[in-house]
Design a protein around this ligand. Structure first.
Ligand code: SF4
Length: 213
Protein backbone atom coordinates (compact mmCIF):
# COMPACT_ATOMS: atom_id res chain seq x y z
CA UNK A 1 0.00 0.00 0.00
CA UNK A 2 1.37 3.40 -0.98
CA UNK A 3 2.38 5.62 1.94
CA UNK A 4 0.44 8.86 2.05
CA UNK A 5 2.66 11.91 1.94
CA UNK A 6 2.12 14.41 4.72
CA UNK A 7 0.71 17.66 3.27
CA UNK A 8 3.31 20.43 3.46
CA UNK A 9 2.95 22.94 6.28
CA UNK A 10 4.64 26.27 6.15
CA UNK A 11 7.36 28.26 7.89
CA UNK A 12 5.03 30.12 10.28
CA UNK A 13 5.69 27.93 13.37
CA UNK A 14 9.44 28.61 13.01
CA UNK A 15 9.22 32.41 13.01
CA UNK A 16 10.47 34.20 16.15
CA UNK A 17 8.00 36.13 18.28
CA UNK A 18 9.67 39.45 17.51
CA UNK A 19 11.10 40.28 14.13
CA UNK A 20 14.56 41.64 13.44
CA UNK A 21 16.85 40.48 10.65
CA UNK A 22 19.35 38.77 13.00
CA UNK A 23 16.51 36.98 14.85
CA UNK A 24 14.84 35.91 11.62
CA UNK A 25 18.12 34.68 10.16
CA UNK A 26 18.86 32.64 13.26
CA UNK A 27 15.37 31.14 13.42
CA UNK A 28 15.36 30.26 9.72
CA UNK A 29 18.35 27.97 10.29
CA UNK A 30 15.98 25.44 11.92
CA UNK A 31 13.05 25.79 9.53
CA UNK A 32 11.32 22.55 8.53
CA UNK A 33 8.37 24.28 6.91
CA UNK A 34 8.69 22.13 3.80
CA UNK A 35 10.86 19.20 2.73
CA UNK A 36 13.58 21.22 0.99
CA UNK A 37 15.72 21.47 4.12
CA UNK A 38 16.32 17.70 4.04
CA UNK A 39 18.69 17.56 1.07
CA UNK A 40 20.02 21.13 1.13
CA UNK A 41 23.21 22.05 3.01
CA UNK A 42 21.80 25.01 4.90
CA UNK A 43 19.24 27.81 4.93
CA UNK A 44 20.31 30.70 2.74
CA UNK A 45 18.73 33.77 4.28
CA UNK A 46 18.64 37.27 2.83
CA UNK A 47 21.60 39.60 3.14
CA UNK A 48 21.89 43.36 3.44
CA UNK A 49 20.86 46.31 5.54
CA UNK A 50 17.56 46.63 7.39
CA UNK A 51 17.62 50.27 6.17
CA UNK A 52 17.83 49.27 2.52
CA UNK A 53 15.37 51.20 0.35
CA UNK A 54 15.33 48.48 -2.25
CA UNK A 55 14.87 44.74 -1.80
CA UNK A 56 15.64 42.22 -4.55
CA UNK A 57 13.94 38.84 -4.42
CA UNK A 58 15.24 35.94 -6.49
CA UNK A 59 13.94 32.41 -6.81
CA UNK A 60 16.02 30.16 -4.59
CA UNK A 61 19.70 29.59 -3.71
CA UNK A 62 21.78 27.81 -6.33
CA UNK A 63 24.56 25.29 -5.81
CA UNK A 64 27.21 27.87 -4.79
CA UNK A 65 24.79 29.72 -2.52
CA UNK A 66 23.80 26.47 -0.82
CA UNK A 67 27.46 25.71 -0.09
CA UNK A 68 28.42 29.25 0.99
CA UNK A 69 25.16 30.06 2.79
CA UNK A 70 24.85 33.44 1.05
CA UNK A 71 22.45 34.62 -1.67
CA UNK A 72 23.57 35.55 -5.20
CA UNK A 73 27.21 34.53 -4.91
CA UNK A 74 27.32 32.05 -7.81
CA UNK A 75 27.37 32.65 -11.58
CA UNK A 76 23.93 34.34 -11.56
CA UNK A 77 25.14 36.54 -8.70
CA UNK A 78 28.03 37.73 -10.84
CA UNK A 79 25.62 38.69 -13.64
CA UNK A 80 23.47 40.43 -11.03
CA UNK A 81 26.45 42.46 -9.76
CA UNK A 82 27.43 43.40 -13.30
CA UNK A 83 23.88 44.55 -14.09
CA UNK A 84 23.68 46.53 -10.83
CA UNK A 85 26.95 48.29 -11.62
CA UNK A 86 25.81 49.16 -15.14
CA UNK A 87 22.61 50.60 -13.72
CA UNK A 88 24.52 52.68 -11.17
CA UNK A 89 23.32 50.75 -8.13
CA UNK A 90 25.50 49.35 -5.35
CA UNK A 91 24.76 45.99 -3.83
CA UNK A 92 25.73 47.17 -0.36
CA UNK A 93 22.83 49.65 -0.44
CA UNK A 94 20.33 46.88 -1.13
CA UNK A 95 18.87 43.82 0.55
CA UNK A 96 18.97 40.61 -1.47
CA UNK A 97 16.96 37.50 -0.73
CA UNK A 98 15.07 34.62 -2.33
CA UNK A 99 11.44 33.51 -2.39
CA UNK A 100 12.63 30.06 -1.21
CA UNK A 101 15.46 29.78 1.31
CA UNK A 102 16.68 26.22 0.63
CA UNK A 103 18.23 24.87 -2.56
CA UNK A 104 15.87 22.72 -4.61
CA UNK A 105 17.80 20.37 -6.88
CA UNK A 106 17.85 17.08 -8.76
CA UNK A 107 20.96 14.95 -8.14
CA UNK A 108 22.59 13.95 -11.45
CA UNK A 109 25.74 11.93 -10.75
CA UNK A 110 27.98 14.22 -8.73
CA UNK A 111 26.15 17.30 -9.96
CA UNK A 112 23.10 18.93 -8.41
CA UNK A 113 20.83 20.38 -11.06
CA UNK A 114 18.61 23.33 -10.25
CA UNK A 115 14.97 22.27 -9.90
CA UNK A 116 12.28 24.94 -9.93
CA UNK A 117 10.63 25.00 -6.50
CA UNK A 118 7.04 23.78 -6.37
CA UNK A 119 4.19 26.21 -5.79
CA UNK A 120 3.62 24.61 -2.35
CA UNK A 121 7.29 25.17 -1.41
CA UNK A 122 7.14 28.83 -2.45
CA UNK A 123 3.96 29.22 -0.41
CA UNK A 124 5.49 27.40 2.58
CA UNK A 125 8.51 29.71 2.56
CA UNK A 126 6.60 32.96 2.07
CA UNK A 127 6.36 33.80 5.83
CA UNK A 128 10.14 34.41 5.80
CA UNK A 129 9.94 36.79 2.87
CA UNK A 130 6.95 38.62 4.36
CA UNK A 131 8.84 38.93 7.68
CA UNK A 132 11.97 40.30 5.95
CA UNK A 133 9.83 42.88 4.13
CA UNK A 134 8.00 43.69 7.35
CA UNK A 135 11.31 44.60 9.01
CA UNK A 136 12.84 46.46 6.06
CA UNK A 137 9.74 48.18 4.65
CA UNK A 138 11.46 48.97 1.34
CA UNK A 139 10.37 51.76 -1.00
CA UNK A 140 11.01 49.53 -3.99
CA UNK A 141 10.64 45.77 -4.28
CA UNK A 142 12.25 44.09 -7.29
CA UNK A 143 11.11 40.61 -8.22
CA UNK A 144 13.76 38.74 -10.17
CA UNK A 145 12.20 36.09 -12.39
CA UNK A 146 8.90 34.25 -12.57
CA UNK A 147 9.02 32.42 -9.24
CA UNK A 148 9.51 35.62 -7.22
CA UNK A 149 6.99 37.55 -9.32
CA UNK A 150 4.38 34.80 -9.09
CA UNK A 151 4.95 34.51 -5.33
CA UNK A 152 3.73 38.11 -5.05
CA UNK A 153 1.37 38.53 -8.00
CA UNK A 154 0.07 35.02 -8.57
CA UNK A 155 0.56 32.27 -11.13
CA UNK A 156 -0.87 34.31 -14.04
CA UNK A 157 2.03 36.78 -13.99
CA UNK A 158 4.33 36.54 -17.03
CA UNK A 159 7.76 38.19 -16.74
CA UNK A 160 8.14 38.15 -20.53
CA UNK A 161 5.02 40.32 -20.93
CA UNK A 162 4.97 42.44 -17.79
CA UNK A 163 8.58 43.03 -16.82
CA UNK A 164 9.58 46.61 -16.18
CA UNK A 165 6.06 47.74 -15.26
CA UNK A 166 5.98 49.55 -11.91
CA UNK A 167 2.97 48.70 -9.73
CA UNK A 168 2.04 49.83 -6.24
CA UNK A 169 1.48 47.14 -3.63
CA UNK A 170 1.10 46.41 0.05
CA UNK A 171 4.68 45.10 0.30
CA UNK A 172 6.28 48.27 -1.09
CA UNK A 173 5.25 51.55 -2.65
CA UNK A 174 6.67 50.42 -5.97
CA UNK A 175 7.01 46.83 -7.13
CA UNK A 176 8.68 45.86 -10.38
CA UNK A 177 9.50 42.50 -11.92
CA UNK A 178 12.39 41.79 -14.23
CA UNK A 179 14.47 38.88 -15.51
CA UNK A 180 16.28 36.66 -13.05
CA UNK A 181 20.01 37.07 -13.79
CA UNK A 182 20.20 33.32 -14.48
CA UNK A 183 17.99 33.93 -17.55
CA UNK A 184 21.06 35.55 -19.12
CA UNK A 185 23.06 32.36 -18.48
CA UNK A 186 20.30 30.10 -19.80
CA UNK A 187 19.72 32.10 -23.00
CA UNK A 188 20.04 29.92 -26.12
CA UNK A 189 22.54 32.12 -27.97
CA UNK A 190 24.66 35.24 -27.58
CA UNK A 191 22.03 37.43 -29.24
CA UNK A 192 19.43 36.40 -26.65
CA UNK A 193 22.00 36.75 -23.84
CA UNK A 194 22.73 40.35 -24.88
CA UNK A 195 19.03 41.21 -25.18
CA UNK A 196 18.08 39.79 -21.78
CA UNK A 197 21.04 41.46 -20.06
CA UNK A 198 20.15 44.79 -21.70
CA UNK A 199 16.53 44.49 -20.53
CA UNK A 200 17.66 43.59 -17.01
CA UNK A 201 19.93 46.66 -16.88
CA UNK A 202 17.13 48.89 -18.26
CA UNK A 203 14.78 47.70 -15.51
CA UNK A 204 17.45 48.28 -12.86
CA UNK A 205 17.95 51.80 -14.22
CA UNK A 206 14.20 52.31 -13.73
CA UNK A 207 14.68 51.13 -10.12
CA UNK A 208 17.45 53.68 -9.65
CA UNK A 209 15.18 56.40 -10.99
CA UNK A 210 12.40 55.36 -8.59
CA UNK A 211 14.87 55.70 -5.72
CA UNK A 212 15.87 59.19 -6.88
CA UNK A 213 12.29 60.47 -7.33
S1 SF4 B 1 12.49 26.23 1.87
FE1 SF4 B 1 11.66 27.72 3.30
S2 SF4 B 1 9.87 26.73 4.23
FE2 SF4 B 1 11.10 25.14 3.24
S3 SF4 B 1 12.40 24.39 4.92
FE3 SF4 B 1 13.53 25.97 3.82
S4 SF4 B 1 13.19 27.86 4.92
FE4 SF4 B 1 11.62 26.40 5.58
Amino acid sequence: MATKRKPPGDASPFLPERFSLPKLREAAKSCHGCDLYIAATQTVFGEGSSNARVVFVGEQPGDSEDVQGRPFVGPAGRIFDEALTKAGLERKQTYVTNAVKHFSFEPRGKARLHKRPRVGEVRACSPWLRAELDVIKPDVLVLLGAVAAQAVWGAQFRVSQERGVVKPGELAEAIIATHHPSAVLRAPDSEARKRIFKELVADLRAVKKLLQD
